[in-house]
Design a protein around this ligand. Structure first.
Ligand code: NAD
Length: 369
C-alpha cells in the first residue's frame, strides 16, 4: 500500500496538500491545490469546526472541474480552517491573517469566500498577501452575491436547456428551493424572462401559488429579515413538499442531497437546474433521466460565482462579469446537452468528460504540474 498521505492522488492531482499548524493564534488549516494546468487555482476558504482533509480534497477536485468546465484560465483548489466561524470578530481576523501568512508562499492558490468566510475575510487575506477574490467593492471587488452572479448563470443555463426540450421560458412555471443569495436572484432573473414563480422556500417554510408569486415582494420580505412563508398570499407548505410542486423548472438553491432516490419520483418538473452544490444525488439524477426529466449538473449551472470571481481577479468590471457568465454558461450547457444526447449518457457524465478533457489538454501543454 502506498504511503497514506498520497491516498487522493490520481492522474489529475492533487499537486500539493499543506497542513498548517500555528499554535499561537490556534490555527489549524489544510490547503489542497488540486490542479493548476490551466492557471492558478481558485477555490474558497471554508471555516467550520468539523472540516476534514477528505472534504477539502473533494471540494478542490470539484473546483478543478468547475473552473475547467467554465473555460477559465484557472485550476482548482480549496482550503479549510478548523474553527467555529461565529467566533468573536477580532479573533477571526487574527486567525484569517495567520492563515493568509501561511499560504502566502503558495503562489498558485488564490483564495475566495466560502461557508464561514466572506468578503471582509478576503480583504484581510488580500491585505496580508496581495491576492484573494470575492473582495469588497471598495477595493475592486465585484460583490457576487449582491449582484446575483450565480442566480444569473442558473437562469442562462435553464434557458438553453428549455430550448433544448422545447419549453418556452415565457410562462414557464418555476419553483425555487432556498430563497437566499442564489435562489432569490434566480427568481428575479426568471421573472425578467417572463417565467412565473409558483413556489419558493427557505429554512422556515414554503409558499405556493399556481397563479404566480410576487417575486419583488418576496425579496423585500427576505431582505427585511422575514421568511417566504410570511407572505400573506399563497398556500403554505411544510417540510420538503416543494419537491412535488407542479411546475416546469425546479431549482435547488439550498442544501445538498435534497433530491434523492427516495423522493426523485415526486418531481413533476421537466427541468431541474442546480443552483446548490450537489443538490441532487447521482442516483436521483439517473432516476430523473429515466422519467425524461433533464437535470443539469451543478458545476455547469452554478458556475456564475466563480466566473465572476475570475473576472474580478483579472481586473474586469461587473458588466464584463455578467457578459462572461452568460457566454460561458450558455456555451457549456449547450455542449453538455449535445454530448449527452449524442453519446446517450447523463448530462453529468458528459460534463465530467468535457471538463476532464479540458484539464488533460491543459496538462499536455506543460512540462509538469
Ligand atoms: P444562502 O445562505 O444565501 O441561502 C440559502 C437559502 O436556503 C436560505 O434562504 C435558507 O433559509 C434556505 N434553506 C436552508 N435550508 C433549507 C431547506 N432545508 N429547505 C429550503 N430552504 C432552505 O446561500 P447561497 O449562497 O444562496 O447558497 C445556496 C447553495 O448554492 C449552496 O449549496 C451553495 O453551496 C451553492 N452555491 C452558491 C454560490 C454563490 O455564489 N453564493 C455559488 C455556487 C453554489
Amino acid at each position: 500500500m502506498s504511503e497514506p498521505g498520497f491516498r487522493f492522488c490520481d492522474e489529475l492531482g492533487p499537486k500539493a496538500i499543506l497542513h498548517v499548524h500555528e499554535p499561537a493564534p490556534g490555527l489549524q488549516a489544510i490547503v489542497v491545490v488540486d490542479n493548476v494546468a490551466a492557471g492558478p487555482a481558485i477555490g474558497g476558504v471554508r471555516m467550520a469546526p468539523d472540516v476534514t482533509l477528505e472534504e477539502c480534497f473533494r471540494l478542490a477536485r470539484a473546483m478543478t472541474f468547475k473552473n475547467a468546465a467554465a473555460g477559465l484560465a484557472h485550476g482548482g483548489g480549496k482550503s479549510v480552517i478548523v474553527a467555529d466561524p461565529t467566533m468573536e470578530r477580532s479573533k477571526k481576523e487574527t486567525l484569517i491573517r495567520a492563515f493568509a501568512c501561511a499560504i502566502g508562499p503558495i503562489a498558485d492558490y488564490i483564495p475566495g469566500p466560502d461557508m464561514g468566510t466572506d468578503e471582509v475575510a478576503m480583504a484581510w487575506v488580500k491585505d496580508e498577501i496581495g491576492r484573494a477574490v470575492g473582495l469588497p467593492r471598495e477595493i475592486g471587488g465585484i460583490p457576487l452575491d449582491e449582484i446575483g452572479a450565480t442566480g444569473f448563470g442558473v437562469v442562462a443555463s435553464a434557458e438553453v436547456a428549455a430550448d433544448h426540450i422545447g419549453l418556452d421560458m415565457a410562462g414557464a412555471r418555476v419553483a425555487v428551493q432556498g430563497f437566499g443569495a442564489v435562489g432569490k436572484h434566480a427568481a428575479r432573473f426568471f421573472a425578467d424572462k417572463g417565467a412565473v414563480l409558483v413556489a419558493a422556500s427557505d429554512s422556515r417554510g414554503t409558499v405556493h401559488d399556481p397563479a404566480g408569486l410576487d417575486v419583488d415582494a418576496l425579496i423585500t420580505l427576505k431582505e427585511s429579515g422575514g421568511h417566504v412563508a410570511d407572505l400573506p398570499e399563497g398556500e403554505k407548505l411544510v417540510g420538503e413538499a416543494i419537491v412535488g410542486v407542479d411546475c416546469d423548472v425546479w431549482i435547488p438553491a439550498a442544501r445538498p442531497d435534497v433530491i434523492r432516490a427516495d423522493n426523485a419520483g415526486e418531481v413533476k418538473a421537466k427541468l431541474v437546474v442546480q443552483g446548490a452544490n450537489i443538490g441532487v444525488t447521482e442516483e436521483a439524477e439517473a432516476l430523473l433521466a429515466e422519467r425524461g426529466i433533464v437535470c443539469l449538473p451543478d458545476f455547469i449551472s452554478n458556475a456564475g460565482g466563480v466566473i465572476c470571481a475570475a473576472v474580478e481577479y483579472h481586473g474586469g468590471t461587473q458588466a464584463q462579469a455578467f457578459e462572461t457568465i452568460d457566454e460561458k454558461i450558455r456555451a457549456n450547457t449547450a455542449e453538455v446537452l449535445d454530448r449527452a444526447k449524442s453519446a446517450g449518457i447523463l448530462p453529468r457524465a458528459a460534463a465530467i468528460a468535457m471538463a476532464g478533457e479540458r484539464v488533460r489538454t491543459a496538462m499536455a501543454f506543460r512540462r509538469w504540474g
